[in-house]
Design a protein around this ligand. Sequence first.
Ligand SMILES: [Zn+2]
Length: 259
Amino acid sequence: MLSNGVDALTHLQSLGPTLPDVLHRSRQAGVSTWIFASETPDDWLLTHEAARVNGGIAVIGVHPWIAATLTDGEQVPLFKQLEEMPLAGIGEVGLDALHARGPDSSVRWERQRAALIAQLRIAKIKRVPVILHCVRAYPEILRILEREAPLSGMLHAWNGPESALQAVLDLGLYVSIGPVVLQKSAEKLRSSLHRIPPDRLLLETDSPSMAPPGILVGEPRYLPHVAQAVADARREPLEALWKQCAENARRLWPTLPRR
Ligand SMILES: [Zn+2]
């Protein structure tokens, strides 16, 4: 029986009245602590409140998908707000090449870069970890992270190229595995998992947006599915991996409540 698991990344604040039931099912599945990460500046307060009421922590930031749509003049007041807010971490921040396409691609890309750099600096001032989102942008994000180092944080929903993994580890970052690992097509990801040191590994559901194959709405109760796939790929016993990943999450996020 799994217990005391930590879901290293959720967006559960968006669930509204169904949230208590989802968290109840989560606890029954052995997942009793959650990181609530904001999706847009519109849900910052909601994220905060969901974490406070339910005993998790709030990680707040301007996601690269949103950053791509905001001018400099729109970004700056948000960063000011971030600097003043009580928060456990900054995120998701990062770069997403899929959200920098079309006729204004260079503007959208530049806005993402500017938002990432500004928020990494806020994280350093506030001495909090960052949650990084990176899609098809590893060379560029690594250049920025190396320049802004030292930083603490995690790469969420890791599915990056094997060539980037060592650089991520050298930066001292944690690597978080989500439901993508359950997809049939994720053979390459599974076969690279043994290269992540045990003390740098995290597990997440990225729920409700992400879910295991065949399931419509993600929930933290599916974290054991992710853990099983990772344990199988690494040829490790599930219980040991589960415990290690929860310890890792508590090392990265020392303010996580104990339950
Ligand atoms: Zn993300």
